[in-house]
Design a protein around this ligand. Sequence first.
Ligand code: B3K
Ligand code: ZN
Length: 879
Amino acid sequence: VPLVKRSDYSAPDYWFDHTNLEFDLDAVKTRVSSRIAVRRNEDVDSKGNPLVLNGEGLDLISVAIDGRVLSGNAYIESDGLLTIFDVPDMFTLEIVNDVTVEGNTSIMGLCASYDGEIFSQCEAEAFRKIAYYQDRPDVLSRYTVTLRADKAKYPILLSNGNFFEAGDLEDGRHWATWHDPFVKPCYIFALLAGDLKRTTETYRTISGKDVEVSIYASPESIDMCSHSMDFLLKAMKWDEDVFGREYDLDVYNVGILNGGPGAMENKGLNLFDPNWIVADPTNTSDDEYEYRKKTTAHEYFHNWSGDKVTIRNWFQVSLKEGLTRFRDQLFLADVTEFGSVRINMCRHIRNNQFTEDDSPTAHPIIWDAYIEPRNLFTNTVYDKGQECMFMLMWMVGRPRFCEVVAAFFDRYDGTAATIEEFLGCYEEESGIDLSQFRRWFYQAGTTEVSIATEYDEAAGEFHIDLAQETTQTPGERTKQPLHIPLAVALLDHRGQEMPARLAGENGVPQPGTRVIDFTERRQRVTFIGVNERPVLSRHRYFSAPVRIKDDPQDADLAHLVRYDQDIFARWDAGQSYAARVILRDVARLAEGQTPAVDDAFVAAFLSPLDDQRLSPRLRADLLGLPDERTIGEWMDVFDVDGVHEAWAFTAQAVARKGADLLLKAYEQNGGTGPYDLAPETVGKRKLRNVALDYLVRLGEPDMLDLALRQVKDSRNITEQYVALKILCATGSEQKAEAIEIYRDRWKHDQLATDKWYRAQAAAARSDTAARVEELMSADDFNLKLFSRCFSICEQFFYFNHYGVHEPTGEGYRVYAEQMIRVDHVVPLLSNWTVSRSGFSRWRRYDPRRQELIKLAFRTMRDAEGVSKGLIELCDKALA
Ligand code: B3K
Ligand code: ZN
């Protein structure tokens, strides 16, 4: 299999100025006729070069140049390439080919959805499964697309751009033509044909242009799209307000299909699976709302960061994914709470991106080489890429950074750009030299920042000694120091931010956050005029995606948990403190002792619960213990069983001590009607549910009944679902009843039933693997029903660490067997799950688990008919 290297890039030999595509759509076999205006690229030495097109799994019917059909020896087709010899400098290329649609559930190329719509998914390299083309993002073309199909079966025919014309044909067929006036790469080409309902709104852009915004969905889902429409219109406005980005086409269409791509930013025609967008108070939980808000906005923001300004090649994919995720996070922070958004992102990065850095697939944001571009869409590309954007923002401030991004968009509109060009634009606009900062993009690994402090009372000086070291990753020998913006503050004994001045600084010292430019391997920072021993609040707002190594006293952590005004730092202090306490118990258990309650910790950890300055949402965030997986990251060998037991012990200790306050929080923050989605109400629900989770851990029948009543009586799906999930984690009799009640109530509703599966798959119990196996053979479980299959894969194999790694080894067997089943139907999903679930880090476990995990990888790799991607992932993991 050929390795594609970044250093091998060269511009294409030919440009495609215009692409005309005609589709005779059919659920079995579709005929595609393309007519492309080709022009030789005079900027490269391409005179006399053949035209080489990608094409995979296509039946070639004919090739013609300027109306003349070519004979079979004017071209060769082999290994996914169609090479056409002796082509002129400028010509019209016409190709006809057939594509098999039937049975294509791979979500690549031309596919049939679960409900029978025909749709396309081209990113990264699947346009070549539809037509012969130079399938690379730097070939930009204007597209005109005509779709022909049976009118009764496919009354709706959509493609990118603006609607042009439509009409009827004989035999009950009809046609529609779409024209996209803006150039684009083929990976954002899309079509959709089906019997879908539509909901439409008009959006007036900042310059007064009316855009028709439509969502197309099945008759069952169409009434559940008004919230998504609302998010979408908000995102359109926000992008104008914050980045000055106006929408360019006359229409913006969104298509929703079961078994469609999760979410895909095709130009003017975003396609989604319902799980990523359909949102209705009856079946969508608060967290899911938020996720959909972010995703809908993300795909819209791609219109500028990805579609109008696209990427030169797949090595640059973070230019669109990192930047777009940055934009969706900023949007989410603006419509919810900044602190909470940063907490969630940090949690996500620690559990996923840092662990990716510590796995055989560690790679820099700008990859050096790849085999399968589908596997480039990683946590590093998205989230570390996004954090680089945040760091660039902290360095110049938000207004200035938004101007820089706007300038970049204006300058590169209609081109295929690079991260270097983005950074160059930043340097020019801001005057800041990024030569060292660039290393964030080219160097793999997680950087560990050690912090030690020293207070010199006599001199009134506070020293912070910093050291940075980046973890080793495969194939990269030396690690250079990074430019890390480290946000800190000094807190006095009352918890107030102290006015602080750095050595060498003049002027009146100001209280508040200071951003230290940490650039050396070792660096000492000195604050002067410090007249009492301060407590250091560090890594405020998660100012850089680094792992902090420090060793504050318990009392200092408690101080931060109680007083830090920066929500992220306050939360993080609680996380470190909790992890420390749990790890002490893990050590006790390992020595045959019993765990011990740490009263000081419990009191501090509970303190946000009645801190009235905090919103209910932030209180809920602060009360969350770090999960078992996160605790395990602090250990050299992950003691799965010890962490599980110690974690439960601590959670119970918090619940016991906080019982009264928790019950009060439960009672005072509930009882809301079903349709209230105001942020304040959502926050209250979150707090109420966190309280319930702790209360149920007390194991008392009253509390279990409380949860059961919530499943039974609440009119709100978030409350029902969370209570069900909480009960599923217990061994109580209330659990079985809750499962029944929820099931009966929601069996008619796809998304609510997906959550029934999720709730059970989430239980951190040793019998969950067996239950998941049962669920995956249930009557209404279908591997082709993407939202359901995804729910289980994500919830169990990805999130439920203990459930899969439980002591019997059943989890690993179920993992291997089910991944093989999934792979046979939707390889995209098996690859996604296996690449993210962290099993490739098997060396972190005890010898028995190591053997079992390796066996699971071997079983998957050696199974019959599994995908190339899965084999590659298994081989890498076993290497
Ligand atoms: N661009 C897509 C991801 C496509 C992954 C290709 N297998 C969704 C997104 O990030 O917006
Ligand atoms: Zn994206």
